[in-house]
Design a protein around this ligand. Structure first.
Ligand code: ATP
Ligand code: MG
Ligand code: MG
Length: 526
C-alpha cells in the first residue's frame, strides 16, 4: 500500500515529521523544574526521544527554569532521576537560564527596532485591553524611553521597574489573541535556584521557548495541542529576531479519569497531607505509578501505543494497567495470601507432619524459580471460601490436591469455626468446583494488603469546577493478611501475584512488617 513504507519505518505512528532529514533531527523535552515528572510529562519525553531515535538525531533535555517563584533544585534532580529510570538520557542537558544574557540582549534588540515596549498598565486593565483589542496607552513610548525603563528600571528591579513589563509589539487587534502584544519580560525579585540574584527580570515562556529552541538548533519542537494558538506568536518571535526556523509539531495532552495532572494541584495534595509525598501511590507521577507497580516497559509500551494522537483524550486507567499486566504476568512469582479476619482451620485427619516441598513459583515459566510450600495436617483457608463449602464436599487445595471436607463446623451466626477433612490426593482436580488457596497453619508471615482509590470523585472536572469539591473521602484501604514464608526473601519493589487475589508490589518490609500494594491489572473492580 501507499503507506507501506511508513508503517515499516514507524510501526505505530502514521505521521512523519515535516522536513525531517535522517541524522539531523533535534528534539527537546523542556520540563519546568516545578514539580515531579508525571505521566503526561513522560509521554512528552518518550515521544521526543522516539523521534530523535527514529531519525538518528539528538534529544535535548532542557530545564525551562525561567520562573524562580516555582522552581527548585529538588525538582530538577528528581526529573533527571526519573528520566533515567525511563531510560531517557538525552544527548545534552541544558537550562533556559543559561541563555538569560542572550535573551536579554535580544529583548534590547527588539526594543531598539521598535518591536517591544515597556508597559505599566495595571494588570487588570491590561487584561481587559487585551481581551477587547484595545491599544495600551504605553504602546507609543519612544525607543529611548523603553530602553531606559527596561535596562535601568526593570533590569535592576526598582520600584518603577516592578510596575512595568515588556511587551512584544505585534498587533493589539489580532483575531488570534495570543498575538495581542504578549508580555515577554517581567520583574521577579525571588532568587533563582541557579542564577541566584543575578537577574531581577525573567523572560516569559512565550519569549524564551522560541529563542532557546532556535539557539540550541532544535529542528522540531513538539508541543501539546493547547499551544496551537500560540504557534503564530512563536513564529513571529523567530522572524522578529531573525532566528532560525523551527518546525512546531503538536500532539495531544494525555489526561486520565479522576486524575489531576497539574503540578500546582498535586503540590496542594502534598501540602495538605492528603498524600504522603510526590511519590505517593495515588499520584500520577512517574514515582507514584512506579510505586504502584507500573513497570518502565509497561509505561513505554503504553505511550508508544497511544502514539502522537492529536485528540485530547481522557483515558481510563485500565488501558495503561492492562499494558503493564502484559509485562508482569509472565514473570510475576505466584504466592499465597489469606485474609486474616476469621481464618478457618481445616483439620486433616490423615495430613502430613509439617514439612516443605519445592514448587515452581510460576507454573508456565520455570525460569522464575522455586519456592517452599509447607504442608501440615492443619491448613488455613479464608472464611469466605470456607462458608461456601458443604459438608462432604470435595475441593482442591492448589499445589497440593483434593481434600474431602467431611464436616463444616459453624457457630450460631453461621460463621465457620473449623472444618474436618481428609485427603484424597488421587482425586481428579477437574471434577471439583472449588480450587482453593490455603496455607499450613505454621510458617506464615503477617502482611498488609493495601488498595487505593482515586483522589477525586469526578471522571473529568469541568471548566469552573473546583477540584477541592470533589475529593474522595477515603482513598486507602488496608487488609490484614498472612502470606507464605517465601515473601521474606522479596525485595522492596518486587512484583508478585497472590493467587486468586491479583498482583502486588512489595512497598516496605520494615520491622518484619510486609506491606504490599495492589497493582491494578486493568480489570474493572466489582
Ligand atoms: P503542569 O501543568 O503540570 O505544570 P506543564 O505542561 O506546565 O504541566 P512542563 O514542565 O512545562 O509542565 O511540561 C514539560 C513538557 O511536558 C511540555 O512539553 C508539556 O507540553 C508536556 N506535558 C505536560 N503535561 C502533559 C500531558 N498531560 N500530556 C502530554 N504532555 C504533557
Ligand atoms: Mg509549563
Ligand atoms: Mg503548567
Amino acid at each position: 500500500s501507499k503507506n507501506g513504507k511508513k508503517e515499516i519505518h514507524k510501526a505505530n505512528f502514521e505521521i512523519d515529521l515535516i522536513d525531517a532529514k535522517d541524522g539531523e533531527v533535534v528534539t527537546r523535552f523542556p520540563p519546568e523544574p516545578s514539580g515531579y515528572l508525571h505521566i503526561g510529562h513522560a509521554k512528552a519525553a518518550v515521544l521526543n526521544q522516539y523521534f530523535a531515535n527514529a531519525y538518528h538525531g539528538k534529544l535535548i533535555i532542557r530545564f525551562d527554569d525561567t520562573n524562580p517563584s516555582k522552581e527548585k533544585t529538588e525538582f530538577q534532580d528528581s526529573i533527571i532521576e526519573d528520566l533515567r529510570l525511563l531510560g531517557i538520557k538525552g544527548d545534552r542537558i541544558t537550562y533556559s537560564s543559561d541563555y538569560f544574557q542572550d535573551m536579554y540582549d535580544l529583548a534590547v534588540k527588539m526594543i531598539k527596532e521598535g518591536k517591544a515596549y515597556c508597559d505599566d498598565t495595571p494588570l487588570e486593565k491590561m487584561r481587559a485591553e487585551r481581551m477587547d483589542g484595545l491599544k495600551s496607552e504605553r504602546r507609543d513610548r519612544t525607543v529611548e524611553e523603553n530602553l531606559k525603563i527596561f535596562t535601568e528600571e526593570m533590569k535592576n528591579g526598582t520600584e518603577e521597574g516592578l510596575k512595568n513589563c515588556l511587551r512584544a509589539k505585534i498587533d493589539y487587534t489580532a483575531l488570534n489573541k495570543t498575538l495581542r502584544d504578549p508580555v515577554i519580560y517581567r520583574c521577579n525579585l525571588t532568587p533563582h535556584h541557579r542564577t541566584g540574584s543575578e537577574w531581577k527580570i525573567y523572560p516569559t515562556y512565550d519569549f524564551c521557548v522560541p529563542i532557546v529552541d532556535a539557539l540550541e538548533g532544535v529542528t522540531h519542537a513538539l508541543r501539546t495541542i493547547e499551544y496551537r494558538d500560540r504557534n503564530a506568536q512563536y513564529e513571529w518571535m523567530l522572524n522578529a529576531l531573525g532566528l532560525r526556523k523551527v518546525h512546531i509539531w503538536d500532539f495531544a495532552r494525555v489526561n486520565f479519569v479522576r486524575t489531576l495532572l497539574s503540578k500546582r494541584k498535586l503540590q496542594w495534595f502534598v501540602d495538605k497531607g492528603y498524600v504522603s509525598n510526590w511519590d505517593d501511590p495515588r499520584f500520577p507521577t512517574v514515582r507514584g505509578i512506579r510505586r504502584r507497580g507500573m513497570t518502565v516497559e509497561g509505561l513505554k509500551n503504553f505511550i508508544i501505543s497511544q502514539g502522537p494522537s492529536k485528540n485530547i483524550i481522557n483515558l481510563d486507567w485500565s488501558i495503561i494497567w492492562s499494558a503493564n499486566k502484559k509485562i508482569i504476568d509472565p514473570i510475576a512469582p505466584r504466592h499465597t495470601a489469606l485474609e486474616l479476619k476469621d481464618l478457618v482451620t481445616v483439620n486433616i485427619v490423615d495430613g502430613p507432619e509439617l514439612h516443605a516441598e519445592k514448587k515452581p513459583k510460576h507454573k508456565k515459566n520455570p525460569a522464575v524459580g522455586e519456592k517452599d510450600v509447607y504442608y501440615s495436617s492443619k491448613a488455613l483457608i479464608e472464611q469466605a471460601d470456607a462458608a461456601a463449602i458443604k459438608d462432604g464436599e470435595e475441593v482442591t487445595f492448589m499445589d497440593w490436591g483434593n481434600v474431602i471436607c467431611t464436616k463444616v463446623h459453624k457457630d450460631a451466626d453461621g460463621k465457620v469455626t473449623s472444618i474436618d477433612a481428609k485427603l484424597n490426593l488421587d482425586g481428579d482436580f477437574r471434577k471439583t468446583e472449588k480450587k482453593l488457596t490455603w496455607l499450613a497453619s505454621e510458617k506464615n508471615v503477617p502482611v498488609d494488603l493495601v488498595d487505593f482509590d482515586h483522589l477525586i470523585t469526578k471522571d473529568k472536572l469541568d471548566e469552573g469546577d473546583n477540584f477541592e469539591d470533589f475529593l474522595t473521602p477515603e482513598t486507602k484501604f488496608t487488609t490484614e493478611a498472612i502470606a507464605d514464608v517465601n515473601v521474606e526473601s522479596m525485595k522492596v519493589g518486587d512484583i508478585i501475584q497472590f493467587e486468586r487475589k491479583g498482583y502486588y508490589i512489595l512497598d516496605s518490609n520494615k520491622d518484619g512488617k510486609y506491606v504490599f500494594f495492589t497493582v491494578p491489572d486493568g480489570k474493572q473492580k466489582k
